[in-house]
Design a protein around this ligand. Structure first.
Ligand SMILES: Cc1cc2nc3c(=O)[nH]c(=O)nc-3n(C[C@H](O)[C@H](O)[C@H](O)COP(=O)(O)OP(=O)(O)OC[C@H]3O[C@@H](n4cnc5c(N)ncnc54)[C@H](O)[C@@H]3O)c2cc1C
Length: 608
């Protein structure tokens, strides 16, 4: 058994965690700081691997329109308004106000942001009026991670890799430490336990994407922190709001932006173009293809964008037993480029960087994609999908980002003393929709804030003792898990859980589906779970996913309206979701552990 004694433990290895650990050390050089991460630093988690058309980092900079000292207020308003008024307004302000500081920090660390005349080039996303999205290209997050990893290596911070934090030690409502396991030891034994005896803990463990059958998250992205804080008495919020969008199941690449604007032929495994049957009778093909084009700019499903009909169609087609593919080799039936609206054609030409001429542009989606985004064709080829040879990328609605999570307040603090959360595992700062670029910003802003606050608190506080009995009790708990022979192997349990979530809590949500899913989840849990070849960390991760999955299902069931990615239908067969209920549902759902199980509380968000 190894014991680590120090001031602050930061859990995670992504943008939020690394920024948090750096912030503690830069402001409090005497502090003893640990960073524990499940994988290898710089190689695990979303920040280290994410890639899309053009990854955005939102920030209101000195030159961002409309300029002036108060320009950040427009950004805060967008976060709040586009989020559907179900986030804490003051947290939106903190995000917006600290954007410039976060950007300049990364810039001076050497993140290669695109610039014009020495100033960050910014583009518009998600219906904002002002351009705030900074970027390096398709790998903005990776560049941020690389710069932060370089910086953390310069500081006296102890990084413990392959280390899964698995349980909190809390006494009288205060953090005393945490237990952790080595993720490389598949037959991990309780005697290999690591014990962190620390004054403050920052969770920055990312989103629990692995609860969904279709997701674009890397390995290890579970709900460990969500489950640990829930058992410890902390609150979670906005768990029903999850960014889900169309992505390739093989490469996990989001099919957004130009990949939609090339207007591919959308077919099922029988070659049928099924889209029209999901639109209202009489909808013209012209209208449908314009919507496919416009989906490029509204990637995650959202009630507020009419393009959600395409997500619904693809989801229902998959639910009816089909596979769905995008075919770039031939045009959709009846498509001609001239049928795109003038506005959409203009949008197309702003992106054009090759000109094959009008005739070839009309020939196929592949020619159009070559005109507006050749690198995406090359990227897909490198990853085993050759569009030029006629490969058909399989597409499904995939989970990409959790808007909600561990409920935080202005210092990233939770309702447990000494416990903080930052980045995607935290909730309350984003609403139902999250404007693109604000997740990477969030990680940097609340990463820094939590790190500094944890450092400050550590200076003032004493250690809460951890005793031998607590360690022995946890070891006994692990032993009983290892020795349990009743139940299904962990990999099977996880696959069933993912299926339940796909069926009930993806694009189409209904009262009936969610209620049945809660029953199925309980039945599955009751069967028990046994160790398989994936080891103890995988087993614990799977158990933790149950908690977060139940939160999503219960919150989705309670919110009987549509808002952001939460499309609630009166009946599965209905073609349109129920409406958004304003102002009645401008509220968020807070989740905590009660004496009888999970408690859900509808609350008024913090307003100015
Ligand atoms: C394809 C894709 C495109 C995206 N595009 C954008 C975009 O353009 N703009 C934007 O703002 N956002 C975007 N996002 C979202 C954004 O990238 C993520 O929300 C953000 O990177 C999450 O950072 P994080 O630090 O919170 O978590 P992560 O980077 O996911 O890191 C979490 C870390 O915690 C570790 N961990 C988990 N559990 C434990 C445990 N129990 N013990 C120890 N360690 C643990 C993991 O191994 C990992 O290292 C995108 C996401 C994806 C997947």
């Amino acid at each position: 058994m190894e014991i680590f004694k120090g001031d602050v433990l930061v859990v995670g290895g992504g943008g939020a965690a690394i920024r948090s650990a750096i912030a503690t050390k830069e402001k409090y050089p005497q502090a003893k700081v640990f960073l524990a991460t499940k994988g290898e630093l710089g190689k695990s988690g979303v920040t280290a691997i994410a890639c899309s058309d053009r990854m955005a980092f939102h920030a209101t900079l000195e030159h961002t329109e409309p300029q002036g000292e108060e320009a950040w207020r427009y950004h805060a308003e967008d976060i709040y308004k586009i989020g559907g008024y179900v986030s804490d307004e003051d947290l939106a302000e903190i995000l917006a106000k600290n954007g410039a500081d976060a950007f300049h920090y990364l810039d001076q660390l050497g993140v290669p942001f695109a610039k014009v005349d020495g100033k960050a080039h910014q583009f518009v996303t998600d219906g904002s009026i002002y351009a705030r999205a900074c970027y390096t290209g398709p790998r903005t997050a990776v560049h941020i991670e690389e710069a932060l990893v370089k910086r953390i290596r310069e500081l006296d911070i102890q990084v413990i890799e392959h280390c899964m934090v698995s349980e909190l030690i809390i006494k009288e409502g205060k953090i005393a430490g945490a237990f952790a396991l080595d993720t490389r030891l598949h037959e991990d034994r309780p005697e290999n336990l690591k014990v962190f005896h620390v004054k403050n803990i920052v969770f920055a463990t990312g989103g629990p994407g692995k609860m969904y059958k279709y997701n674009v998250y890397p390995m290890g992205m579970g709900a460990d922190a969500h489950a640990m804080v829930y058992h410890a008495g902390a609150e979670l919020v906005n768990m029903e709001f999850i960014q889900i969008g169309l992505a390739n199941t093989k490469t996990k690449l989001n099919f957004s932006g130009s990949l939609m604007r090339a207007v591919p032929k959308i077919i099922n495994d029988k070659g049928e173009e099924f889209l029209p049957k999901y639109f209202a009778p009489g909808t013209s093909l012209e209208e449908i293809y314009n919507l496919v084009f416009e989906k490029g700019a509204s990637w995650p499903v959202s009630y507020e964008h009419k393009t959600h009909i395409i997500d619904i169609a693809i989801y229902k087609e998959i639910m009816s037993g089909h596979k769905v593919y995008f075919d770039y080799s031939t045009n959709p039936t009846g498509f001609t480029f001239s049928k795109l609206s003038e506005k959409n054609r203009e949008r197309y030409f702003t992106e054009q960087n090759k000109d094959f001429g009008a005739e070839l542009r009309e020939t196929s989606p592949l020619y159009r994609l070559k005109e507006i985004n050749t690198p995406s064709i090359l990227w897909l080829k490198e990853h085993g999908v050759d569009l030029e040879k006629g490969d058909l990328p399989e597409i499904a609605p995939c989970a990409q980002h959790f808007q909600g999570g561990i409920r935080i307040r202005e210092y990233g603090n939770t309702n447990i003393s000494g416990l903080f959360a930052a980045g995607e595992c935290a909730g309350g700062q984003h609403g139902a929709n999250r404007p693109g670029g604000n997740a990477l910003l969030d990680c940097q802003v609340f990463g820094k804030i939590t790190g500094e606050k944890a450092g400050e608190q550590s200076e003032k506080e004493n250690f809460v003792p951890v005793n031998e009995q607590e360690i022995t009790a946890y070891q006994a708990q692990l032993t009983s898990l290892l020795e349990n022979k009743e139940g299904l192997p962990a990999y099977k349990v996880r696959a069933e859980l993912q299926d339940i979530m796909h069926q009930a809590a993806s694009i189409v949500r209904t009262e009936k589906g969610l209620t049945e899913a809660l029953g199925k989840l309980a039945d599955l849990q009751a069967k028990g779970i046994v160790l398989d070849g994936n080891g103890l960390p995988f087993l614990l991760e799977t158990k933790n996913l149950f908690i977060a999955a139940e939160m999503v299902l219960r919150a989705a069931l309670l919110r009987q309206e549509s808002r952001g990615p939460h499309l609630f239908f009166a009946n599965y067969e209905d073609s349109t979701p129920m409406g958004r209920k304003d102002p009645e549902w401008q509220k968020y759902i807070v989740i905590r552990k009660g004496s009888q199980g999970m408690e859900l509380d509808i609350q008024e968000p913090y307003h100015r």
